[in-house]
Design a binder for this molecule. Structure first.
Ligand code: NAP
Length: 178
């Protein structure tokens, strides 16, 4: 089955965006180390899965930020605008079915992005690798990274890197029972 990976920036209090969807507080920390780290991660995946909420944000960017195939998860969106049809399409699939769909098309490593989408994958214990960059800002509220779970999910801590601008980036690998 296709492996699913999370690479995300959060506030100190665990939010990935303001309630308005704004990520201005995060963009401020996008220095050369952050860009290098993101590029290294992106090179390790072959497909990107984003939620419709994240897609809405991306559509407001001045340029399309991805160079790999992108699937937008949505239960409401029927299609994407014509000008991005060559690079992305909509799927309405639950996490396990989505990974099966990707696997059948030869994709091996998926980057899964968006708060609700990540939570839905975690709820089914389908995330293999979690890379979380924590920036030293408290937002007091917003879009949460994590949600409720039916059971604990334990990860191995692989490494943590700290940067002079205050970013703490931690790498976790899902610990699978033998
Ligand atoms: N800090 C960061 O690094 C980072 C990274 C990514 C995103 N963000 C921010 O996070 C915000 C978006 O996060 P979010 O939690 O609001 O939204 P999200 O996870 O990107 O998207 C949620 C939407 O995805 C669809 N969806 C989720 N699971 C689905 C499934 N299994 N099947 C079909 N559709 C599914 C639903 O769309 P429908 O309602 O259309 O059905 C749902 O409303 C944006 O503001 C973005 O800028 C921040």
């Amino acid at each position: 089955m296709t492996a699913a990976h999370v690479y995300i920036g959060t506030s100190l209090d665990g939010f990935i965006a303001r309630t308005s969807g704004d990520i201005d507080w995060l963009v401020k920390f996008a220095d050369e180390h952050a860009i290098e780290s993101y590029n290294e991660f992106i090179a390790s995946v072959d497909v990107i899965v984003i939620g419709r909420g994240t897609f809405d944000t991306v559509m407001e960017f001045p340029t399309w930020p991805y160079e790999k195939p992108v699937f937008v998860l949505s239960r409401t969106l029927k299609d994407v605008p014509d000008h991005v049809k060559d690079r992305t399409s909509v799927l309405n699939l639950e996490p396990a079915d989505l990974l099966k769909y990707l696997s059948e098309r030869g994709f091996k490593q998926a980057y899964v992005d968006g708060g609700k989408v990540i939570q839905s994958f975690l709820a089914e214990d389908l995330i293999d690798r979690l890379i979380i960059a924590r920036v030293p800002v408290l937002l007091g509220g917003g879009v949460p990274l994590f949600g409720s779970l039916d059971a604990d999910i334990t990860f191995d801590h692989v490494k943590t890197m700290t940067f002079s601008n205050g970013i703490v980036r931690s790498f976790y690998q899902r610990m699978r029972d033998l």
